[in-house]
Design a binder for this molecule. Structure first.
Ligand code: E4P
Length: 214
């Protein structure tokens, strides 16, 4: 399973990369807005740190605007994946850009048929937002299960990026379902490494060592 880092924060990206846990990066306009600096400069900086797919999102809502923005973003670096919203205009743009060899991540997926449409249009990735579904009392992870099943049924190459991840269990469940990728906020990733029994075990080993005066 690939781990992408869901942030535009350079320090977080560097730290995750040094752990070998950044197979790629996803950004969105909200994540970019949290950081200081120009959008393209931030994206270029990320591309220097991580050698993997880097998602950068368009802000246009019409197909023509998306095509223009997407072609420009894709020209910035070979690893750029253009994020397009799951709308009819987004689907039309996905179809055209995929034919041009530009990798597309269709974002804001909340139903399995949206994912199927995006895959049929040629998307390289789809991003189901599971945390936002949980927020409205719909079990988000069930969406991932359905998308993985549909893509397996028809052998689509489109990869599933589990997005809007809020806790480690989201990633565990996604991994058990065979999702290709989880895009993970840094603070959630940091929680994977810790376990109270690990801390307790380390302390006990050191205490025993010190007691024996080695
Ligand atoms: C990633 O592609 C998404 O933009 C991100 O995971 C959204 O997460 P949120 O629902 O926590 O904003």
């Amino acid at each position: 399973m690939k781990f992408f880092i869901d942030t535009a924060n350079i320090e977080e990206i560097k730290e995750a990369n040094s752990m070998g846990m950044a197979d790629g990066v996803t950004t969105n306009p909200t994540l970019i807005a949290r950081e200081k600096g120009d959008f393209e400069d931030i994206i270029k900086e990320i591309c220097k740190i991580v050698d993997g797919p880097i998602s950068a999102e368009v802000i246009s809502l019409d197909t023509e605007g998306m095509l223009k923005e997407a072609r420009h973003l894709a020209s910035i670096h070979k690893n750029i994946v253009v994020k397009l919203p799951m709308t009819i205009d987004g689907i039309k743009a996905t179809r055209q850009l995929s034919k041009e060899g530009i990798k597309i991540n269709v974002t804001l997926i909340f139903s399995p048929l949206q994912a199927l449409m995006a895959a049929k249009a040629g998307a390289t990735y789809v991003s189901p937002f599971i945390g936002r579904l949980d927020d409205i009392s719909n079990e988000g992870i069930l969406l991932v299960e359905q998308i993985v099943e549909i893509f397996n049924n028809y052998a689509f190459d489109t990869e599933v990026i589990v997005a809007s991840v809020r806790n480690p269990l989201h990633v565990l469940d996604a991994a058990l379902m065979g999702a290709d990728i989880a895009t993970i906020p840094f603070k959630v990733l940091s929680k994977f490494a810790s376990h109270p029994l690990t801390d307790k075990g380390i302390k006990a080993f050191l205490d025993d060592w010190n007691k024996a005066n080695k």
